[in-house]
Design a protein around this ligand. Structure first.
Ligand code: NAI
Ligand code: MG
Length: 351
């Protein structure tokens, strides 16, 4: 029997609630499919930052290194600036472990309705492939002439040939397992150095995949397309910033943030990958026991896929679908009155 070592970082706010349910579901899946999960829990969070001055210990990255995967709730706490949680935990992990793919599949699940009128499940099924290690989220730049009339801020983007090529290639490979269509998010009319470079590499890689339909759209037009003709999109590839924005939009037009999972993936498997819901710690509903755990449970299913337990991953997704279509346990964001724990138990029972 294989046993996987999993690092659990529940984080803050509803991260803690949804993580508990994801673990219940994963432990049930492990029992049913005959593998072991060896959990180690870490209290790394904004709460820890408020108490000790750091999100994780200095040797945090080295501590995570031997694990097979990381399951993260969400981090964010009123009073702690958002850049602290991002740069103090998420970005260091993503970069140290070369998790250069941020994969965000979205799909309208049964029992839920889209905010887009008249769209059903088959038309709302796509995956956003977001570059996760460079791009617009860079430390290069600074603020100058502080306080004076000439004060300014400068923020540089980093696009490397290696970085762009590998994310675009990942998107094309993924499209081969789906509907054979890739759409690239660009803005080469306004951003005249990095975006033409991105487009050039996209075209080079596309040439090697004649069986995959390649298209590129400016980010603004692509945002409009996602709302007006979501059925025309299959795999969407974008830079760190564009991919971030598009994935929240894609989540919003499917079941909302409570339903959207994501994986920070090191495709070569040299380092642990990290799985998390797209949503944050939702301080507005934290502590009420009403957060929708579906996104985190689906993130856990992606983790099972990555560990090689694909049948278990599929079964978890199936269990979520059956709970949602039966409408037996829905949290308030889906119009129900079930608690986080009730939804978690319902999914585990369905499994
Ligand atoms: P958010 O995703 O936490 O919440 C946005 C809205 O969606 C809120 O009204 C919330 O109640 C609702 N929502 C989110 N997840 C839900 C769920 N599972 N069930 C039901 N409703 C849900 O984003 P927001 O408010 O911008 O950020 C709050 C904190 O979370 C901030 O500190 C932010 O930095 C952090 N954050 C952390 C992320 C991470 O850990 N990867 C990602 C995004 C935000
Ligand atoms: Mg985001």
């Amino acid at each position: 029997m294989s046993t996987y070592r999993i690092a659990s970082i529940p984080g803050d706010g509803i991260g803690v609630d949804v993580q508990r349910e994801a673990r219940v579901v994963l432990d049930t899946a492990a029992k049913r499919f005959g593998f072991g999960l060896d959990w180690t829990e870490f209290d790394w969070s904004c709460r820890r930052y408020a108490e000790t001055g750091s999100m994780m210990p200095a040797d945090g990255i080295a501590t995570l290194r031997p694990f097979d995967a990381v399951l993260l709730g969400a981090v964010g706490f009123p009073g702690v600036p958002d850049h602290v949680s991002l740069w103090g935990l998420l970005i260091p992990v993503r970069r140290a472990f070369a998790q250069y793919v941020n994969l965000r599949p979205v799909r309208l699940l049964p029992g839920t309705t889209s905010v887009l009128a008249g769209r059903d499940g088959d038309e709302l099924e796509m995956v956003i492939v977001r570059e996760n290690s460079e791009g617009e989220y860079s430390e290069l730049g600074g603020r100058h002439n502080a306080g004076g009339p000439g004060e300014f801020a400068l923020q540089e983007s980093v696009f490397t040939r290696v970085g762009v090529e590998r994310i675009v290639r990942y998107a094309f490979e993924l499209a081969r397992t789906r509907q054979h269509r890739v759409c690239s998010a660009t803005k080469s009319n306004g951003i005249i150095h990095t975006m033409p470079f991105w487009d050039e590499i996209f075209a080079e890689v596309a040439a090697g995949y004649p069986d995959v339909e390649a298209e590129q759209l400016h980010i603004d037009a692509l945002a409009a397309r996602m709302v007006q003709r979501p059925d025309s999109l299959d795999v969407v590839v974008g830079s760190n910033l564009f991919g971030d924005i598009l994935s929240d939009l894609a989540a919003a037009i499917t079941g909302g943030l409570g339903m959207a999972p994501s994986g920070n993936i090191n495709p070569e498997g040299e380092f642990p990958s990290m799985f998390e819901a797209v949503h944050g710690s939702a301080p507005d509903i934290a502590g009420q026991g009403i957060a929708n755990p579906v996104a985190q449970i689906l993130a856990a299913a992606m983790m099972l896929d990555q560990l090689g337990e694909k049948a278990a991953g599929e079964a978890v997704r199936g269990a979520v679908q059956s709970v949602l279509s039966g409408a037996a346990a829905l949290t308030p964001d889906l119009g129900g009155d079930a608690t986080t724990a009730e939804v978690g138990s319902a999914v585990a029972d369905a499994l």
